[in-house]
Design a protein around this ligand. Structure first.
Ligand code: SIN
Ligand code: FE2
Length: 227
């Protein structure tokens, strides 16, 4: 199945396909997945203001995996549920373990952007109840994994990239399947669901670089329906 990704990937790397509107750059990654280039650009100022207000209540922190390793990516969450990991496992929790309080609510600008991106990718009525905020400093990475702590795999995943560029890995259904390498830049949105929902994915170590709004950082917002 990952051959399909590789095939599409090589077909689309230098050949952009424009669908539905002349402004929209859409690159098909697989039967249920698409990159929407620049899709979040118009909302960046509002998104970053919302990120700041979330972080004031729920700051970025480096969580620990069940195996005892500190993640290089720092994380926070907003919405009804937040994704957390500690020595007892991976899960969604309605409370921030740092504060003991509910996670900050999901800002409208987040919810609307995620729903619009999902609809653009063919998933109508996406209503995320969880948004994971990932902060990558240079060298931070995310190893290949599947998103599988959610209850309903019929709902897609929407991933928004801000700041420094990164190389996203979009693989197959086994960890060992060779992933496609997809550069993601400030403002790009990736949506995957349907038959691609359980694909392994990850991020190569982020290179030292400077972004005018975020300095050396990459911030990724990952929207999911957890419950
Ligand atoms: C994730 O899989 O949670 C993060 C993906 C990304 O940072 O692009
Ligand atoms: Fe993920």
């Amino acid at each position: 199945m990952h051959e399909f990704v590789g095939e599409w990937h090589s077909m689309t790397m230098d050949l952009f396909s424009r669908h539905t509107s002349p402004e929209l750059l859409q690159e098909k990654l697989g039967p249920g997945s698409v990159i929407l280039r620049d899709f979040a650009l118009a909302d960046v100022v509002a998104l970053l203001a919302a990120v700041e207000s979330i972080l004031a209540k729920a700051p970025f922190r480096h969580m620990v995996t069940p195996g005892g390793f500190e993640m290089s990516v720092a994380m926070s969450n907003c919405g009804s549920y937040g994704w957390v990991t500690d020595r007892t496992g991976y899960r969604y929790d309605a409370l921030d373990p740092l504060s003991g309080q509910p996670w900050p609510g999901m800002p409208d600008v987040f919810r609307v952007l995620a729903a619009n991106a999902a609809a653009q990718a063919g998933y109508n009525d996406f209503s995320p109840d969880a948004c994971l905020l990932n902060r990558y400093e240079s060298g931070a990475r995310m190893s290949l994994h599947q998103d599988k702590n959610e209850k309903d795999f019929s709902q897609p995943i929407v991933s928004v990239s801000l700041g420094v560029s990164a190389m996203f890995l979009f693989g197959g259904f086994k960890r060992a399947d060779k992933p496609a390498h997809v550069p993601l830049n400030h403002g790009d949105v990736v949506v995957w669901g349907g038959s691609d929902r359980m694909r392994y994915h990850g991020v190569l170590p982020v290179k030292q670089a400077h972004h005018s709004l975020l300095g050396s950082r990459r911030i990724n917002l990952t929207f999911r329906k957890a419950s």
